[in-house]
Design a protein around this ligand. Structure first.
Ligand code: SF4
Ligand code: F3S
Ligand code: FES
Length: 243
């Protein structure tokens, strides 16, 4: 079944504007298909970043009707045929052109997370327990689409926070390392607070809601990290020991 949809797509740089298009939609298509059809028929210079068209490369992140989404995983069938569909770039990062953002903030934050620090062990000297493998397994599903970063109000609405806040994706990376039994950098929760702004997260869970990999970022990474920080800082026995 084919119909004509009404699309509004951001064109240009930060001072650009929304442009209206009427474009063909066929059964089974996703929003990225429609953007490609616009490129092929009406707007050959429309910039969009994509790679896998399978929800795995994390490149096609944008906002559809104001919701952060992967364009290749957003089915046209979730919209009414007479609905206007507005496609805009991510709001939390500088715009390069049309639907393409400069996401280098995320790479800067990634480099600031201290690397895994393994102990000096010979092969076979340590047997990893299954429970330790499973604890952080879900965090490794991250495709680095940065939709959680785009959504988190701490940076989305406050550019000035970017310097001190690494965002849910990289706090989750710190949590993953903290949960690794062989990581020798034992002050990860303190680093999360001091270097990555863990205290600025007020557990709104918006990051978790938009994650296309359905990772429980808040419940399984950020809250445990906050609890471990609280244990270390305020445990009366540890306090005595530190003195
Ligand atoms: Fe994307 Fe989820 Fe990874 Fe965030 S945690 S970058 S939303 S896959
Ligand atoms: Fe932001 Fe997620 Fe915390 S949206 S405030 S990092 S729970
Ligand atoms: Fe790879 Fe959408 S094109 S996630």
């Amino acid at each position: 079944m084919t119909y004509q949809a009404h699309f509004r797509v951001w064109r240009g740089e930060a001072d650009g504007e929304l442009q209206d298009y009427t474009v063909e939609v066929n059964e089974g298509e996703v929003v990225l298909d429609i953007i490609h059809r616009l490129q092929a028929t009406q707007a050959p210079d429309m910039a969009v970043r994509w790679n896998c068209k399978a929800g795995k490369c994390g490149s096609c992140s944008a906002e559809v009707n104001g919701h952060p989404r992967l364009l290749c995983m957003t089915r046209m069938s979730i919209f009414a045929e007479d609905e206007t569909i507005t496609v805009t770039p991510m709001r939390a990062f500088p715009l390069i052109k049309d639907l393409v953002n400069d996401v280098s903030y995320n790479y800067v934050k990634a480099r600031e997370v201290r690397a895994f620090t393994p102990p000096d062990l010979e092969p076979g000297e340590y047997r990893m327990q299954q429970v330790d493998v499973e604890r952080s397994q879900e965090f490794r599903k991250c495709i680095e689409c940065f939709l959680c970063q785009d959504t988190c109000h701490v940076i989305r609405d406050h550019e000035e926070n970017k310097e001190n806040f690494s965002g849910p994706r990289f706090l989750m990376r710190v949590a993953e390392l903290e949960m690794h039994p062989l990581d020798e950098a034992r002050n990860r929760p303190e680093e999360a607070r001091g270097d990555h702004g863990l205290g600025m997260c007020n557990i709104t869970k918006c990051c978790t809601e938009v994650c296309p990999e359905h990772i429980h970022i808040t419940d399984n990474a950020l809250i445990p990290l906050k609890e471990r920080l609280a244990d270390r800082r305020y445990d009366p026995l540890l306090k005595l020991f530190r003195r």
